[in-house]
Design a protein around this ligand. Structure first.
Ligand SMILES: [Zn+2]
Length: 210
């Protein structure tokens, strides 16, 4: 039976609504790391010290540094922790929940940048140490995307979405925070606990579940 125009319109609309399910989004797993503010770079490495970029990250302008730090609490220590540049407004330590438990830190799950009321820790370098009263978080899993890709994906800034991680051990993650900025490159960021839960390997992709 031939379809009339109205049927086709409905069909097109359905395809558009379903489209996000079929768009594959790259997934990246972030290990524990520290972002430092200028004042803390000075205290840990010397006044005016510039961190040494080692390799660029997928988000434009962000890079992994050569320098490493130690994180310490009364109950434990994590050595050889990565620093991500450039310097930020506030120092922030991002751990997985497993990391946090291993050193007895009560780190809340929060959006990156929202450190109010988060946990304290001591950050140590070869030259010095800094005690931060707050700044330790477990970063909420999130989707970085551009305004253009946000339209394709039918999402908007600050949305909480569900995504299905493809692969041998597929998982649906709920409450994935959408962050839209024209400077971003579209990718889902999860931590190592989440990466292990879904059998993450480089090249893993995700799709949005509506
Ligand atoms: Zn991210």
């Amino acid at each position: 039976m031939a379809r009339n125009i109205n049927d086709l319109d409905i069909l097109t609309e359905e395809v558009l609504i379903r489209l996000p399910r079929f768009l594959k989004i790259p997934v990246e797993a972030s290990g524990r790391h520290v972002h430092l503010k200028r004042e803390h770079v000075d205290l840990l490495f010397g006044k005016g010290y510039e961190l040494t970029p080692r390799r660029d990250l997928s988000q434009p302008g962000q890079y992994l540094c050569e320098e490493r730090l130690t994180l310490k609490t009364d109950k434990g220590i994590l050595r050889n922790v990565a620093i991500l540049g450039p310097v930020r407004k506030d120092t922030q330590v991002e751990l997985s929940l497993t990391d946090a438990m291993s050193i007895g830190v009560d780190a809340p799950v929060k959006e990156s940048g929202d450190i109010k009321g988060s946990a304290s820790i001591t950050i140590i370098s070869d030259l010095g140490e800094v005690n931060i009263r707050e700044g330790v978080i477990v970063a909420m899993r999130h989707l970085h995307t551009t305004p253009k890709d946000a339209v394709l994906l039918s999402v908007k800034d600050q949305d909480l979405i569900s995504i299905r991680i493809d692969g041998l051990r597929p998982v649906i993650f709920e409450d994935v925070l959408v962050r839209v900025n024209e400077k971003y490159s579209t990718a889902v960021h999860i931590d190592y606990d989440e990466a292990n839960a879904c059998g993450y390997i480089p090249g893993t992709t995700a799709s949005i579940v509506k």
